[in-house]
Design a binder for this molecule. Structure first.
Ligand SMILES: Nc1ncnc2c1ncn2[C@@H]1O[C@H](COP(=O)(O)OP(=O)(O)OP(=O)(O)O)[C@@H](O)[C@H]1O
Ligand SMILES: [Mg+2]
Length: 430
């Protein structure tokens, strides 16, 4: 399973400079857990961090200009941290699988003198096998859409950006190849510097590491679940994955019904129905005349099943989450904002345990990132999984891991649930 071990954001809304987990130059820091939950008061920056992931995914898909306006973001100047003049920057430290050497992806987005938005810098770096210290080897260096890329699985060049002028490096790389190392490099110029280099280069076979990273980001699932959309009547037609609004739950069930082993399919629906209070059997019904697709829920008290259009917000939501977790080919990274909205408090522990099982169980299916306000959900978590966000005196967000607080750690070890400690203000910064 691919995992993000660390994430740094600069100048993105309230996130002037925050780091979660481990980066290439903070090797002593603990990596992010496969299940990570961010808590904090209103306005602390939880939605902003959720959206930072969404923004990166949108930059890859749409280019940076459209991404700045997508999902109501309102453009670069609205997104950039107030009174800051530098670029918006991201750093993702990730491993393609448990045995892989970690890769660092750095992206900075800025406006030029004419006010035009562009990708100022893009880097991909990876340390060599056995290399514990020093700069990782860059295998993608793009400045304003121009630069070098190293083919294959191992190439790269150490670039100390503080000391060495990138122009010198570019000049030396442009000279005719004399070494094998140089022969692996390729000068690239993107025709549009508002598009990410990993979008173009990641579609080429000769760049397997970039392709894997591109696929990883493309696979992220950011849940914008909307119960009203989920209640709409979809046209029949199997669909492999749940979409972000969750309005194709019936189509996903139809896909599972058709494409996976029948016994397994029944077990999945049964497992889900056991976890949703009051719900019995779940099935689909296709109306041949209209080609509409109905999801049928058998309520324990009634003989005739209800359709999904009649189901409550909370039931549909839990159903959508559980269905997502049952995806036979699940997304590598799942982000969910405030899953508690509309859910009965006792369901939250179940949900947290489901998330943990999904992220850390034998199969390690997806990394899960959640933001929440709900102490009941946090009760089921351990301090390493929880990050506390707060607004600092300067108006920008700060973040720390609950396990950094020794008192909290000891109290949890003694049996105090983490959510109740949060409720009693033990998680606030001291
Ligand atoms: N460009 C910006 N620069 C600095 N701060 C900003 C910028 N844009 C928005 N903010 C601030 O960012 C803060 C974080 O908002 P966010 O929506 O992430 O909080 P939240 O933790 O999700 O809160 P809630 O629990 O209410 O949903 C808000 O207080 C907002 O005023
Ligand atoms: Mg929010």
């Amino acid at each position: 399973m691919a995992i993000i071990e660390g994430f740094r954001v600069k100048n993105y809304g309230a996130l002037k400079d925050i780091t979660l987990g481990k980066l290439w130059n903070t090797q002593k820091a603990k990596p992010l857990n496969p299940l990570t939950v961010v808590i904090g008061k209103n306005g602390a920056g939880k939605s902003t961090i959720f959206d930072a992931f969404g923004f990166i995914a949108d930059c890859l898909k749409l280019g940076v200009e459209d991404a700045c306006f997508a999902r109501g973001r309102g453009g670069f100047e609205k997104i950039r941290s107030q009174e800051q003049t530098g670029p918006i920057e991201f750093e993702i430290y990730y491993k393609e699988d448990a045995k892989a050497l970690p890769i660092t992806y750095e992206l900075s987005i800025n406006v030029d003198n004419g006010g035009k938005l562009y990708v100022e810098k893009e880097r991909l770096r990876q340390r060599r096998k056995g290399q514990k210290t020093g700069w990782p080897f860059s295998f993608l260096i793009l400045n304003a859409g121009k630069g070098f890329v190293w083919k294959g699985n191992a190439g790269g060049q150490q670039v100390d950006e503080d000391k060495k002028n990138i122009d010198d490096l570019f000049a030396s790389l442009k000279e005719p190849a004399q070494t094998e190392e140089k022969a692996e490099t390729e000068w690239v110029e993107l025709d549009d510097n508002r598009k990410l280099g990993i979008a173009t280069l990641g579609s080429l076979k000769q760049h397997p590491r970039i392709s894997a990273f591109r696929r990883f980001i493309e696979g992220w699932y950011l849940s914008y679940f909307d119960p009203n959309a989920a209640r709409e009547l979809p046209k029949a037609g199997p669909q492999k994955h749940l979409n972000v609004k969750g309005d194709n739950i019936g189509n996903v069930v139809q896909y599972m019904e058709r494409d996976i082993n029948q016994e397994r399919f029944k077990r999945i629906l049964q497992r889900i129905s056991e976890k949703i209070p009051g719900i019995g059997e779940i099935s689909t019904h296709k109306d041949d005349y209209s080609n509409n697709l109905y999801l049928l829920f058998k309520d324990k008290g009634f003989a005739v099943p209800f359709t999904h259009m009649q189901m409550s917000d909370g039931t549909l939501k839990v159903f959508a989450y559980l269905l997502l977790l049952e995806d036979p080919d699940p997304p590598p990274f799942i982000c969910i904002e405030e899953p508690e909205n509309g859910l009965y408090h006792k369901l939250l522990e179940t949900l947290a345990l489901e998330f943990r099982e999904h992220a850390t169980g034998k199969k390690e299916r997806s990394q899960i990132f959640v933001t929440t306000h709900q102490p009941y959900l946090v009760d089921a978590l351990n301090p390493e999984e929880v990050w506390v966000m707060e607004k600092g005196d300067d108006g920008f967000s700060a973040i720390h891991r609950a396990s950094d607080n020794q008192i909290v750690k000891s109290m949890v070890e003694e049996g105090q649930p983490l959510g109740s400690l949060w409720y009693s203000d033990y998680l606030d910064p001291r």
